[in-house]
Ligand binder design. Structure first.
Ligand SMILES: Nc1ncnc2c1ncn2[C@@H]1O[C@H](COP(=O)(O)OP(=O)(O)O)[C@@H](O)[C@H]1O
Ligand SMILES: CC(C)(COP(=O)(O)O)[C@@H](O)C(=O)NCCC(=O)O
Length: 308
């Protein structure tokens, strides 16, 4: 276990008091229901108890960030240009990064209707399967060397420079590869949420890191046994979705017995995703501003806020 003495530790009960609005509800029941209908997975209780205070904390960081950018521009006699506020979300494969990022996006959009809030994953910066095969890295997908990190850093630098739309490639779980010729665009956002297993890593041959572009970062933490269960559940969902889709990578696993398919997914967890978590993802946890620890069923039981 890493030393987390550099963090304030809060139980769920303690954390829920920090939503910042003394007399009014931080989030209305109608808002909660709308968020819930967009994602049945998230418990309303978590939104109220955990995410409303996070939104308030982000407001503090955002307000300070904007002020600092303005004062810095004044210092160097530059005109005050918008610089996107970037939030990084990290944690294991299948710990719930994209679900959390999606929820944060909705909550921030509601808090700041005047702001453009973007959300993306770093999956698109994995090398395409063709390249991974050539490098003998197909069985290591998700390990640091399977990402084109210089390309990701250039992308984030372009986003911060904010001189027009910036394109990035797209990964599909369905085809288990980068989608050839398909790009998504980040266009002048006020806030960008970037989620990925690799976003807090410090490659030894680099002098600039992905996290240098972050103005706030969150690590989602849980016991490996719980994450394995969530990985297997998601695998089963993907199998169900691929039953009639011959183009899906997962279709091949629908033609063998369910037990054999689940055994294969367990092997993927044990051989790839678990070692990746242990060796390359978990060691980055203590770099995050905020750590959300989940217990079984995805319920967040402890929140760690970095002191300095
Ligand atoms: N708060 C939550 N409550 C219930 N299920 C969740 C929650 N967050 C994520 N999940 C489920 O856990 C699995 C992994 O989540 P996902 O967001 O895809 O993880 P990641 O982006 O880290 O790989 C998915 O099946 C997702 O539906
Ligand atoms: C593409 C990924 C590295 C990204 O992780 P995720 O978005 O699922 O957190 C991962 O989903 C993956 O494909 N890992 C390789 C082994 C596997 O799970 O099939």
């Amino acid at each position: 276990m890493q030393d987390l003495s550099n963090y304030y530790h809060f139980s769920r009960d303690e954390w829920q008091n920090f939503h910042g609005e003394k007399h009014t509800q931080a989030i209305t029941d109608a808002e909660l229901l709308k968020i819930k209908s967009l994602d049945d997975e998230i418990s309303i209780d978590d939104v109220k108890v955990i995410y409303a205070p996070i939104r308030h904390l982000l407001h503090v960081y955002l307000k300070n960030y904007r002020k600092l950018v303005k004062l810095k521009n004044e210092f160097i006699n530059n005109e005050n240009k918008k610089v996107p506020f970037i939030i990084g979300v990290s944690g294991s494969v299948a710990v719930g990064k994209s679900t959390t990022a999606r929820l944060l996006k909705i909550m921030l959009e509601r808090a700041y209707p005047q702001y453009v809030v973007g959300q993306m994953t770093t999956d698109g910066f994995l090398y395409p399967s063709k390249v991974l095969k050539k490098k003998g890295l197909m069985e290591k997908k998700g390990f640091p060397e399977t990402y084109d990190m210089p390309k990701l850093i250039q992308f984030l630098s372009d986003v911060k420079t904010n001189n027009g739309p910036v394109k990035y490639p797209l990964y599909s779980h369905n085809i288990y590869d980068i989608i050839p010729g398909k790009y998504e665009e980040v266009n002048n956002p006020d806030i960008l949420i970037v989620e990925g297993i690799n976003v807090l890593q410090l490659p030894s041959n680099a002098n600039i890191y992905v996290s240098d572009f972050f103005d706030f970062s969150i690590f989602i933490d849980a016991h490996a046994d719980d994450i394995e269960e969530w990985f297997l559940n998601r695998f089963i969902k993907l199998l169900d979705m691929a039953k009639d889709d011959v183009n899906s990578y997962y279709h091949q696993f629908t033609t063998i017995s369910r037990n054999d398919a689940v055994q294969m997914a367990k092997d993927v967890w044990n051989d790839i995703n678990y070692p990746n978590l242990l060796n390359y993802i978990e060691p980055t946890r203590s770099r995050a501003n905020l750590i959300l620890h989940k217990s079984s069923k995805h319920q967040i039981d402890t929140v760690f806020l970095r002191k300095y």
